[in-house]
Design a protein around this ligand. Structure first.
Ligand SMILES: Cc1ncc(COP(=O)(O)O)c(C=O)c1O
Length: 426
């Protein structure tokens, strides 16, 4: 039996073996340098910005795309362009990135959280109607870890109540439901292109919509919302509060260059994820993610469920998880914890104070009773406790890396007494 690396044995995955994301090539370098040479560095009518807006809208099959400087900006535009403001409520899942809730608070509106579905870790449609109030002005499903939320059920519920759906697609470029891309089914949606994302430019984002009104509003909003008060008022006058969400041409050129490889990179992630899931089916103690038949995820992150009982270990799953992560890290196999607790359990919600003096909850326009008791999100809590994501299942890494991971997992799970020893030392 091989000695575990944590006890002085040889590492399964050698140092320097794993490649980082995103894969950068000479073509990416040339794309950025072409902006440098053009001397057109920014502008909402600049060539890279205009071209990418058309390309991304065409890819998704939506009427409009606006390139912006981050996913958070895009999401803020996605709710603001629907008229959401003081006193309004927006429903979103308790398991998400903090940004999905922050954009609601930026509008002086109130986030209302619902628990997630245990298999797809996204907003549970069964809990949606109970969370809808007369103040609900949007439902914001998050396609988390690259897994599409159940829009086929969420959108009809939203329609029944006359409420728009806003997509947080920041982790799901190219993910689809029954062949339709996420971002194309919602009223408005936002994508992120920060460093880790399936489509990366280091930073950046895209707002998308089929609505003419939302598009018009978001176009103004991206550029300080300088709109003419009337037909005669030129140059434009500041008619309302706006923001500077304009993109830089270097970044957009890099995103465009990376965008050419989005389908093949997503296909590689999918292949690696499926290969891993098949292998994990025969490795006790670890289980890969479930994939509903109607959905095609893009595996922004690959989720692993930790199951001590399958190894006959009578310890709680979080303790088993912590021990396994420590042991596997020593083997050169990285795991990450994406979100350590439900977003509503954060201080900002517990104290009902986002930007001072109890705002926006004590805003005179708010007539509701938002309650963020963490006990309302048991599935989110359990999901966070029992799962982590397995690092680096993306190109230019390939199936050879998955095979090494499998060897490492087999080496570790064949020694449950060692796992217990590490668990008891924590
Ligand atoms: C689910 C989700 N929403 C929103 C964001 C915000 O995107 P950005 O970091 O580009 O502002 C992210 C990015 O980390 C995210 O993962």
């Amino acid at each position: 039996m091989k000695t575990l690396a944590i006890f002085g044995g040889e590492k399964t995955v050698p140092d320097g073996y794993i490649k980082t994301w995103p894969p950068l090539t000479q073509a990416d370098r040339d794309a950025v340098l072409s902006v440098f040479d053009s001397n057109v560095l920014h502008g909402i009518a600049a060539p890279q910005c205009k071209a990418f807006q058309e390309e991304f809208a065409e890819f998704l099959g939506v009427k409009h795309c606006l390139v912006v400087n981050s996913g958070t900006s895009a999401l803020h535009m996605a709710i603001t362009s629907l008229g959401i403001g003081p006193g309004d409520e927006v429903i979103l899942p308790a398991f998400t990135y903090w940004s999905s809730a922050a954009i609601v608070l930026h509008q002086n509106a109130i986030p209302v959280f619902v628990d997630i579905d245990k298999d797809t870790f996204s907003l549970n449609p069964d809990l949606l109607e109970a969370a809808i109030t007369p103040r609900t002005k949007a439902i914001l499903p998050v396609h988390i870890h690259g897994m599409p939320a159940d829009l086929e059920r969420i959108i009809p519920i939203a329609k029944k109540h006359g409420i728009p759906v806003v997509g947080d697609c920041c982790q799901a470029h190219g993910a689809s439901i029954n062949g339709k891309y996420v971002g194309s089914m919602e009223t408005t949606a936002g994508f992120s292109c920060n460093r880790s994302k399936n489509l990366s430019g280091g930073e950046g984002g895209m707002f998308v919509t089929n609505s003419e009104d939302a598009y018009q509003f978001a176009s103004w909003m991206r550029d300080f919302r300088e709109v003419p008060i009337n037909a005669e008022s030129t140059p434009h006058t500041l008619a309302a509060l706006g923001w500077n969400y304009r993109p830089h041409e270097f970044v957009t050129a890099l995103i465009r260059s990376q965008f050419k490889h989005l389908p093949e990179n997503n296909a590689r992630r999918y292949e690696m994820a499926h290969y891993m899931t098949d292998k994990l089916a025969n490795i006790p103690g670890l289980k890969g993610p479930f994939e509903p038949a109607d959905r095609k995820p893009v595996y922004f992150s690959y989720i692993v469920d930790f199951r001590p009982q399958e190894l006959g270990l009578d310890i709680p799953a979080p303790k088993f998880k912590a021990a396994m992560i420590k042991i596997l890290r020593a083997e050169g196999i990285g795991f990450g914890q994406w979100q350590g607790r439900p977003v509503p359990s954060m201080e900002i919600f517990q104290h009902h104070d986002a930007y001072g003096k109890g705002c926006p909850w004590n805003c005179a326009h708010y007539k509701g009773f938002a309650n963020y008791n963490p006990s309302q999100y048991p599935v989110t809590q359990e999901f966070i406790a029992n799962h982590s994501y397995l690092s680096s299942l993306y190109p230019p890494n390939n199936l050879d890396l998955v095979d090494l991971y499998v060897q490492g997992f087999q080496k570790v799970v064949s020694q449950p007494e060692k796992i217990l020893e590490v668990a008891n030392s924590l």
